[in-house]
Design a protein around this ligand. Structure first.
Ligand code: URA
Length: 244
């Protein structure tokens, strides 16, 4: 693999950032400084260091993104900006997929990975990975809504949404008026599921943010549009019980 590609894939920065590191003599391969960005390395056998720190080769990467509104949960060109553009060139030669999409207008926790088996497990309905969403609603949640979500909802088109946990979470808005909020936990990932469940109850989602996937919560240090790589152990917490 090319040295610059290796470094940007390992999270050392965009291609432009790593070109600067290489030009500055900060990069060593097997103990010798390498100044050629297109130098070929054997990532399985050779030892690459940046400023003396060893950069181990990772075949799989797991990236947490705080998705802003307006981005498509896609890794290929689409009608509008796609979430991989937020990575600004990092991880560019990993074939990343989205482990559970969010709508274009939705925000919050999004996971990208090139680990196909992991991705499949996260989105598989059989695994019952619980996803939590904070929503702002047009109207307040009623006790009957909580019961209906708990029972499960059948739509007119025959679609069935399984039992979900609905918790009212109203807050005071800046103008002092109540903002009708709720946290919904679902174990499926059907298209527009949370929005449709509220539509079925005569309500409307005005804002939707994913807070967690299983035991993995959105890192509060990540601003909208920011991302960070997860350790493999952190990535596995999506399969942990969120209450545990
Ligand atoms: N439910 C929705 O309606 N939209 C999302 O993006 C995720 C869950």
């Amino acid at each position: 693999m090319r040295l610059d590609k290796f470094l940007s894939n390992m999270g050392c920065g965009s291609r432009r950032d790593v070109h600067k590191l290489i030009a500055a003599g900060a990069v060593e391969v097997d103990g010798a400084v390498v100044n050629a960005r297109d130098a070929q390395i054997d990532e399985d056998r050779q030892r690459v260091c940046v400023n003396g720190d060893h950069i181990p080769y990772k075949p799989y990467v797991y990236i947490m993104v705080n998705k802003p509104a307006g981005y498509l949960s896609s890794t290929e060109d689409g009608a509008g900006p796609v979430v991989t553009e937020l990575l600004r060139g990092a991880y560019s030669s990993y074939k990343l997929g989205v482990a559970g999409r969010l709508d274009k207008d939705a925000v919050g926790l999004l996971l990208l990975t090139n680990d196909g088996e992991y991705l499949h497990r996260v989105i598989s309905p059989e695994k019952h990975v619980l996803k939590r969403y904070f929503t702002i609603l047009r109207a307040p949640v009623t006790g009957a809504d909580v019961d209906a979500f708990r029972t499960g909802i059948k739509m007119r088109d025959g679609t069935v949404y399984k039992s979900a946990e609905l918790t009212p979470a109203d807050r005071a808005g800046e103008d002092g008026k109540t903002v009708y909020g709720a946290v919904t936990a679902i174990s499926e990932g059907k298209f527009h599921q949370v929005k449709k469940m509220f539509i079925a109850r005569g309500n409307e989602v005005l804002y939707l943010k994913r807070l967690s996937i299983g035991g993995l919560r959105l890192d509060p240090a990540l601003g909208a549009g920011e991302f960070r790589e997860l350790t493999p152990a952190e990535a596995q917490t999506v399969f942990d019980d969120p209450e545990g």
